[in-house]
Design a binder for this molecule. Structure first.
Ligand code: CA
Ligand code: CA
Length: 487
């Protein structure tokens, strides 16, 4: 006897997941578009494996399950309970891994030619180690409960999130527990971050390291690094940038950073050091901030709106910059003048006015210019030396007022000497310029003397200049760099 069943309205849903005992496939290309829950063993003997749905199994992802894998494309969920050994357990790397879905395991080791992650790769217990020729993390998320190492010829970030280590609430004690994770970055040839608006958020609970300058160095203006330190713990940072002094040149093709936030816990210590003891290094940060860990969401990098930045005294307690390392910054929520005074190795580059660190202001002649944000808002610096600090001065960058000019006669070489007296601002570089006819154009002003007022105080100074020839008329003016420095 035979029954025929006719479905009039097909609205059936499955109520029980199907478990597969053993899965064995063998083909050059294997493409999965079904949910595969594997209970016992999986063997995918393919050169190219594409997962568009769900594959879940126990144990490792290793050469035993994927003996001939050259290309892995994951667009779905790839979950396993133990380690992901992606090419790291065999002599040759896997040619290409591209993930736009989710890869979950306890820990991951990648040894790959071309590695790209637009999805999520997460390790629930251990580290993530990526060794590849090229690493593209555009729109991808990497999350590890321990260290993350990315070592490649070329690294590219854009709209990328990397969470190294974790801070989680312990459900039993209701106390936040920190899982330490150090981030190690090592790009041999190039390291790009997608530019100023790239929106990369990179967090770590056990320090951040850049092991070398790539052979084609660039900068990371669109990347926000957030370093959190556990209670009573020291976290170490090293960075391979060249030390170019307090100059905006330090921010050009030198792996400079858009934002760096240090988030402290009770009695934590942040140490910055050079990559090794043989070299002198630096790190250039546009916006460097010091906060309490409670004021930041560690995973997303979101800062509480009513944040209070640490005082310079508090920063001095948590920051340790070693001998052959200098931390340069352009702007900070903590007073830069006080930071410079209180922490050795911390230097404010007030001459730098980058996208994260500047403000467009109008000068008294109506023209506009971009100026370092902390300098404009400073309640300590008086850049035009008119007696009003910048933060309270409607026009903080007025011209130099010359209060005295005297003819000092002729020297033994027959050159005329002139003394100029003016109020010089602290740590500011001046150029004294001459023109022989006022009707001439701007480019006929010539610099005849440069003068660096290196004192930390504004002061009345007298500078003697030598006129270079016996021109019957001499017009003199004094210019200074807004920002004070040479650049
Ligand atoms: Ca002023
Ligand atoms: Ca003024």
């Amino acid at each position: 006897m035979t029954f025929h069943v006719m479905m009039v309205e097909n609205a059936m849903t499955s109520v029980q997941q199907t478990l597969i005992e053993n899965l064995i496939t063998s083909n050059t290309n294997v493409i999965n578009s079904d949910p595969l829950r594997i209970r016992n063993s999986i063997l995918i003997d393919a050169e190219r494996f594409v997962n568009n749905n769900l594959v879940t199994f126990s144990g490792d992802f290793s050469v035993e399950q994927f003996p001939n894998l050259e290309v892995l494309e994951n667009n779905g969920d790839l979950n396993f309970t133990a380690s992901g050994l992606f090419g790291s357990d065999r002599p040759d790397p896997i040619d290409k891994i591209s993930n736009s879905g989710t890869i979950l395991g306890s820990t991951h080791f990648f040894n790959v030619g071309e590695f790209s992650n637009r999805g999520l790769i997460q390790s629930s217990i251990g580290r993530i180690d990526v060794q590849a020729t090229s690493v593209d993390l555009d729109s991808g998320v990497l999350q590890a409960t321990a260290d993350i190492t990315i070592k490649a010829d070329d690294i590219r970030l854009e709209n990328t999130i990397i969470n190294t280590g974790a801070i989680r609430l312990d459900p039993f004690t209701n106390i936040e527990r920190v899982y330490p994770g150090a981030l190690i970055l090592d790009a041999a040839k190039s390291f790009q971050d997608g530019g100023f608006s790239a929106g990369n958020i990179i967090t770590a609970t056990d320090g951040i390291h850049l092991l070398r300058l790539p052979t084609t160095p660039s900068d990371l203006p669109g990347t926000h690094f957030i370093s959190a330190a556990p209670r009573f713990a020291e976290v170490k940072h090293s960075w391979a940038s060249r030390d170019r002094g307090s100059s905006s040149l330090g921010f050009e093709d030198n792996m400079s950073i858009g934002q760096f936030t240090l988030a402290k816990e009770f009695d934590s210590l942040f140490t910055f050091k050079s990559v090794d003891e043989e070299q002198i290094n630096a790190i250039y940060i546009e916006s460097l901030n010091f906060i309490d860990q409670d004021d930041i969401d560690f995973g997303s990098g979101e800062v509480s709106p009513d944040i209070e930045f640490l005082t310079a005294e508090e920063v001095a307690d948590i920051l340790n910059i070693e001998e052959n390392m200098t931390v340069y910054f352009a702007t900070s929520g903590t007073s830069p003048e006080e930071l410079e005074n209180m922490v050795d190795g911390l230097v404010w580059v007030k001459s730098y006015a980058g996208p994260n660190s500047s403000k467009r202001i109008t000068l008294s002649d109506g023209s506009t210019t971009r100026v370092n944000l902390s300098l404009v808002e400073s309640l300590v610096s008086d850049s035009d030396a008119d007696g009003q600090v910048n933060g309270e001065d409607d026009f903080p960058f007025d011209g130099v007022q010359i209060s005295g000019i005297t003819d000092e006669g002729v020297n033994e070489l027959g050159q005329r000497l002139v003394n100029l007296t003016f109020t010089a601002a602290a740590k500011t570089f001046y150029s004294i310029e001459r023109n022989v006819m006022l009707t001439t154009t701007e480019n006929q002003w010539e610099t005849i003397e440069v003068f660096n007022h290196d004192s930390a105080e504004n002061a009345l100074v007298t500078q003697q200049i030598i006129l270079p020839d016996d021109s019957p008329e001499n017009f003199l003016r004094i210019n200074y760099n807004i920002g004070g420095g040479l650049q």
